[in-house]
Design a protein around this ligand. Structure first.
Ligand code: C2O
Ligand code: CU
Length: 526
């Protein structure tokens, strides 16, 4: 079951204490600069840490991530049982330096098997964390060590790839940041976006949700199938709490800034819903997408940054406009209001004329990333020679077993893999034929360059990504080099869609894996 647990208002304090008593020694909260480092988090009252929306940051080259149960207080009314890395949702931010060889020990204290996938990081194939493809799922009580070199600076994240739709929904994710050599901003905040259900599906009171549920339970002729992940439209209606760093509404920690500071905000979407983010009151630049830098990003203002499941965007601005501002998500639903962090100027009297209410209801334009920043020569062009050209038609189909999500009319594991050899240049045309569904497509182990959108070549900066969102009817062409041998997933990061078919693989024909699947491991790659 996903976030389908009882709203637990009165959880035992003991569990809460256990959940947050494992702060590691060299940790500091993400989003706090050096000034704040002397506030050792372990000296703070536990309750304060519980309600604080900041992420713990671990630095170094060797880490332990313990998968375990805990509770998460999302807002004043709602505390949910969650599955975590190290007791928090999100799990700690692992912050490493470019060129470091990194070791992460995964310890599984959960009742189910888990893995860790390093989303966006081009790791060796046997470190990719795919149960049944690159490793056996790590059983309860067992450990597994991941080791890889962090070559590419940027904002990444990690999450379990075992039974992903359910395990991500329960909270098994965190952020992974590779620091480059460039100068650090004065403030470096990470905001992880997600959405939750405050109540189990069967107990939702809200009428619209009930209708959705009735449909999902009976509409497909079988109530044993209820709450199966493929009921996407219905499922998304039941996500009624939108969060930043696991907190909603007034529990979201404000982003503190001082006049003149350079501020970076790393947005990471760990949920299954797209959000349209508005950074209020300031000129800002989108400096990277999926961790990869954007060339010469212009300053923009009052434009929405659309961030789909699995994507990352780093924003940078100078704190030059004291007042009451926030960063939030724009949308029609009332749930969206919870996804909002105040921007708090320290040491300047709060001037409320830059009203917090300002332009909330105004329709703002969405940044088109395919025409942003400055063009510069890049690795791939539309008309160079490719070793493999592949078309992926993404579709939605209703069957008597429920909705399925297809690639070229097939569902995983019957989808046709992209077969490549090391060194091949690959061009993929992605077409979203679904009527209503968006498909954020994620390729493991490689970056791809986006070459065109709806037949129009990318105009601005070259766009290098690992996750690309396609709205209904959209068509993109991307290119990558097969430079990392292995078997790699290529799938939709709305994991409801992935678990209902929308997965394929990039397979290196000359790659011999020494991995032996264990049929008793319960491997569930999606
Ligand atoms: Cu972030 Cu295959 O996933
Ligand atoms: Cu999809």
């Amino acid at each position: 079951m996903k976030k389908l647990w009882m709203s637990t208002l009165l959880l035992s304090l003991a569990i809460g204490l256990a959940a947050c008593s494992n702060a590691e020694k060299n940790s500091m909260p993400a989003g706090h600069n050096m000034d704040n480092m002397n506030q050792n988090t372990s000296n703070q009252p536990v309750s304060q840490k519980e309600s604080s929306g900041s992420i713990e940051t671990l630095t170094g080259t060797e880490f332990t991530l313990t998968a375990k149960e805990a509770t998460l207080q999302i807002n004043e009314q709602t505390t949910l049982p969650v599955w975590t890395f190290n007791g928090s949702v999100p799990g700690p931010q692992l912050q490493v330096k470019q060129g470091d060889t990194v070791k992460i020990h995964l310890k599984n204290e959960l009742p189910d098997p888990v893995t860790i996938h390093w989303h966006g990081v081009p790791v060796p194939n046997n470190m990719d964390g795919i149960p049944g493809v690159t490793q056996n799922a790590v059983q309860p009580g067992e450990t597994f060590t991941y080791e890889f070199k962090a070559d590419d600076p940027g904002t990444y994240w990690y999450h379990s790839h075992q039974d992903g739709v359910n395990q991500l929904d329960k909270g098994l994710y965190g952020t992974f940041v590779v620091e480059g050599k460039e100068q650090k901003p004065d403030r470096d905040y990470t905001l992880v976006l997600d959405e939750w259900m405050s109540q189990p599906a069967g107990e939702q009171k809200d009428n619209s949700s009930m209708e959705g549920m009735d449909h999902s339970q009976m509409g497909h002729g079988s109530n044993t199938d209820q709450q199966k992940p493929e009921q996407d439209h219905d499922m998304s209606m039941m996500y009624d709490l939108y969060t930043l760093n696991g907190k909603s509404g007034s529990l979201v920690e404000p982003l503190k800034v001082k006049v003149g500071e350079r501020v970076r905000i790393r947005l990471v979407n760990a949920g299954f819903m797209k959000q349209q983010i508005h950074l209020q009151g300031h000129d800002f630049a989108i400096v990277s997408t999926d961790g990869q830098p954007i060339n010469n990003p212009p300053q923009i203002k009052d434009q929405l940054v659309s961030i789909a499941p699995g994507e990352r965007y780093d924003l940078e601005f100078t704190a030059s406009n004291p007042g009451q501002w926030h960063i939030d998500s724009h949308g029609d639903s009332k749930e969206v209001k919870g996804l909002k962090a105040m921007i708090q100027y320290e040491g300047s009297s709060q001037n409320t004329t830059g009203s917090d209410q300002a332009n909330e209801s105004i329709q703002l334009p969405v940044v088109d990333i395919s025409n942003y920043g400055k063009a510069v020569e890049s690795k791939y062009t539309l008309d160079q020679k490719y070793n493999l050209e592949y078309t992926m038609n993404l579709g939605t189909e209703s069957t008597d077993k429920g909705t399925i999500y297809t690639i070229n009319d097939k569902t995983f594991p019957n989808t046709e893999p992209l077969k490549v050899k090391k060194g091949d240049l690959v061009k993929v045309r992605l077409v979203n034929k679904s009527e209503k569904d968006e498909h954020p497509m994620h390729l493991h182990g490689h970056f791809f360059q986006v070459l065109s959108k709806n037949g129009k070549p990318v105009q601005g900066s070259p766009i290098i990504k690992d996750t690309l969102n396609l709205k209904p009817g959209e068509e993109y062409v991307v290119a990558f080099e097969a430079d990392n041998e292995g078997n790699w997933m290529f799938h939709c990061h709305d994991l409801h869609h992935a678990s209902a078919g929308m997965v394929t693989e990039v397979m290196y024909t000359d790659y011999k894996s020494d991995f032996v699947p264990d049929p008793s491991a319960g491997n569930k790659p999606e």
